[in-house]
Each structure stands twice: as C-alpha cells, then as structure tokens.
Design a protein around this ligand. Sequence first.
Ligand code: NAD
Length: 568
Amino acid sequence: MLSVYKQTFSSGLQRSGIRCIGSVLSDLNINDFGVKNEPVLEYLKGSKEQKELSASLSETACNTEDVPIVIGDKEYRTNDVRYQVMPHDHQKKIAKFYYADTNLLKKAIDTATEAQKEWDQVPISERLRIWEKAASLMAGKYRAKLNSTTMLGQAKTIIQAEIDSAAELIDFFRFNAYFLKEATKYQPISENPKITKNSMRYRGVDGFIAAVSPFNFTAIGGNLSYTPALMGNAVLWKPSDTALLSNWTIFKVCQEAGVPPGVVNFVPADGPVFGNTITASPNLAGINFTGSVPTFSTLWRQVGQNINIYRNFPRLIGECGGKNYHFVHPSADVMTVVKGTIRSAFEFCGQKCSACSRMYVCESLWPKIKEGLLEKLCDLKIGDPTDVKTFTSAVIDKKAFDRIKGYIEHAKCSNNLEIIGGGKCDDSVGYYIEPTIVQTEDPKDRIMTEEIFGPLLTIYVYPDCKLEETLDLVGTTTPFALTGAIFGQDENWLRCALEELKMSAGNFYINDKSTGSVVGQQPFGGARMSGTNDKAGGPHYLLRWGNPQAIKETFVPLTEIEYPYMKQ
Ligand code: NAD
C-alpha cells in the first residue's frame, strides 16, 4: 500500500494554506435515522438550564446522600460502609453507600434470574414505552441532577457532564429503543405462507447479565445495565465506587419510568468479590463490562475456568483501554492539530478511553505545533469543575493520582524524555495533576506504549523523510487499537494512511481529534486489547444481548416419508 503512497506523494505536495478537502471515503452511505441526538445545551448565564444546574449543584454539594443496595423491591444496608468523595475536594463526601457481600450478591442473582422470566413476557412495545419515558425524564426533570452528581462526583466541567450524563445517556436510551424497533422489522422468508410461515422473535437470555461499569462516563453505566434489560434480560449492575451517585440517579430515574423491580438490581460491591460470585453462578448469561484490560482479562479467565458449570455460554462484552494517537503529516493544518490535541489529551484530565496520549509530529511542523501547544497549555484553567472558566479539574482518586504521577517521575528521571509543559502534581485538596506534555526521543518508551489514563501527552518528533517508518510504529508498538487520528491536507496520503492504519483503531478520525464519539454517529469500540469491539451506540450492540428464536409453523399435514426419487 505504501508503494501507492510513494508514487502519489513523490508527485509533490500542494501546500497552499488551509483548504477544505473532499472525503477520502467515496462509498459512504448516509443513513436517514428515525431518531435524533439529544441537543447539547449551552448553559449561558441566566439560561433556564444554568439556573437549574446551579440549584442542583448547591443541593448535591451540601448533602451526603445515603445510597442503598437494591435487590428486587428491597433496599439493603450492610456494615461495609463506603463513601464517594469529590475528587477536586476530597474531604467532601457526597454519597454514603454499602458493599453487597457474597450472600447479598447471591440473593441478587436469584432475584434477577426469577425476574427475567416475567420480564421476558412483557411486550417489546411496552419496554420501548418505558425507555422513552426514562429518556424524557433524563432530558427534563432529572437533567440537572444527572449533571450535578457527575460534576461533583467525577469532577467533570459543565460541558463534559452535559455531553455525558445528559446527551449521551439520553441518546443510548432513545437510539437503542429505535434499533430494537428496527430489528424486529426483519422477519425470515416464508416461500409460501399458506403452507409454511417462518418468523423470529427476540427473547432475553435465561439467567442474568452482570453489568460492570467504569467511573469515567455516567452514560456508560446506563448503557451497560439497561441495554441488556431492554432486550428482555435481568441484570446485576455493579457501578464504580467513584461514579456511584450519578449511577444511582440513573437507577432512580429508571425506577420512576417503570422498569419493574428485579429487572435491574443495583449492587455496589468490591470488584473481586463481585467477579468471583457472578462467575461462580450457573445462571451467568453474560458480562457487559467496560474498564481496564486487567479486570476484563480476569473475568474472562474466570468464565473460562468455570465453563462447564453454566447453563448458557456466557456472552462477554468488554470495552477496555487505549493508547490513542494523533499522527501529523507535513501537510497538516497546524491550528487544527493544536486545538484538537489540547482538547483530546486534556479534557476531563485525559480520563477518556479515547483521549490522545501519544502523538507523532513531523519535524518541519514541530516548531509551530510546539509553540501553539505550550501557549494554549498556559491558558488552561485547572480547578473546581463548577467554575465556568475551568477547562479541566482533578483526576478521579488517589490511585489514579499516584499512577499518573509515577509516569511524570519516570519522565523526570529518563534521559530520553523531557517535560516541556506542566508536570506539577498536588493532592493536598483535590487530586490535581497539571496537563503535561513530554517529548520523547524513543517512540518505544513505556510512556508511549502503556495506557496512562491521565492528562499526560507524549510527543515523538520524526524526521519528514522517515514518515513511513514512523507510521509503522503506530500499530506495532502498543497492544491497543481503540482510537486514532491522522492530520493532513494531502488526500493521497490520507487515503494511504487510512489503509496502513486500518487495524490500529476501532474509531478512526481524519483531521479531527480522537475523542468525542456520538451515539448513532460514531458507534464506539476498539479491537485487539481494547476490547471486543461491539460498537456501543450502533445497531449491532443490542443484538448481542438478544436471544432470537426462529419459529417455523406448517399448515398442511406431512403425508410422505420417502422422497420422489426413491419411488422411481
Ligand atoms: P477498572 O477496570 O479499574 O474498573 C472497572 C469496573 O470493574 C469497576 O466497577 C471496578 O470496581 C470493577 N472491578 C474491578 N475488579 C473487578 C473484578 N475482579 N471483578 C469484577 N469487577 C471488577 O476501570 P476504571 O478505572 O473504572 O475505568 C478506566 C478504564 O476503563 C480505562 O482502562 C479506560 O480506557 C477504560 N474505558 C474503556 C472504554 C471503552 O469504551 N473502550 C470506555 C470507558 C473506559
């Protein structure tokens, strides 16, 4: 493929400033969806949404909400008490919650397994009605609460909360309902319906689904637990300790919308205790996981070890980590690269699975890109997420703080690495880490290959004449393949890079940053160690949770055993 590139590139680059280039994908189909994305509200001073959010923030900030375990229609509180604190002000507790022990988890498994049988009888049209009601409650009455609990509990700024706990969450509910409605339109062929009628119906899987969610997106918790439920399954939802209050808000909204008791059971628990208990149950029908590679690998291994005990082969979906890249070609537009990289690498402290964490920049553009990045870095306000001027806030907890700080220490000690911007860490009040840029001379240093999950970007500057060798590094130096972006105005090169990097990312961007996928627009997920790539936010995802039954109905009697040729 690169030979094609050589021919076209050697004919010379036309670099005449910024221009709009055509699509390098000519065969793209444009779908006309019967459902629309939830608008992202602006929160301008004095607007209705701004006033409602302010009030909700004040209320959430001065309470420590008591969050029970919910199994069926009963609430439980154990002696294993935990607190969720504000990452940017860790003395403040916003939620008190309780870990479910093994016995309670077993009770939840039994409750879900029983509930599934009845829930599966509820017509799809009724489930769709409940989902639409939930989406409307999220978009209206509970929008401010979803956002304030996300802002204070996970240290997200207004815009980061709005795109997550409002827009994306609502989109998951509406789009999945729409995808299910569309899927049921398919019926198999009946050649002569007067003789034989073929049909297909969706069932849930008998047993229960375990939904295990991460801290970094409130919407993911809602999707992991409620999409299997939409398909007729019953669920044990283990939320992340550090996203507890926002996740509890989703659960309450869905209760109010009419999801019956036992269909989704809210069971905060110690991770390994939860993992050990669910994988030891014969009724485990699936695990819907988003989080790190080591946790998913552990769960997969446990399922493998127990494979002989299960009633179903458990379905395993895991969306995991990334080492997402920006690759800059000599024809790239500098401003787009600079602004896109700042947003991708540092919004929400780089704690998006899609955040840019390694960048390859050609030597010819480096002076301008470096100047732009460092100038913008100085302007970023880091602080309280409720302050409208704040660009990004604290990282999620002490464990994350120590891990990211460890990489910064590594950069300070290594001869190949130079911190060119940021680098300060302070956890006295909140878990603050300055957005940090490191330049490396070694593109294979562990800072360029391991997932860091924090506001740390490492840049490798390559000689323009080594473009091809550098492009080779992208897909070969990390085990991940989640997101990636290429920047350039040379259409021939873009086309070649698109092919060359085909397996390096499940979500690929051309002249755009590596973050910001939208439900229905960029279905999300990566392969290799980034996960099973089931594309949340797309039409295929929910089908993974269906258990279709094909039915053949015959209206005429069977009169023969022999076939005609036998009677000749
Ligand atoms: P994590 O793996 O530490 O935790 C995820 C969940 O697993 C939490 O609820 C945790 O309590 C639970 N857990 C931990 N050990 C367990 C065990 N042995 N059995 C069962 N559950 C267990 O991940 P995190 O820190 O919450 O999230 C960050 C990670 O998630 C990053 O690696 C990020 O890239 C990834 N992520 C991926 C996507 C994606 O779509 N690919 C999206 C968001 C986050």
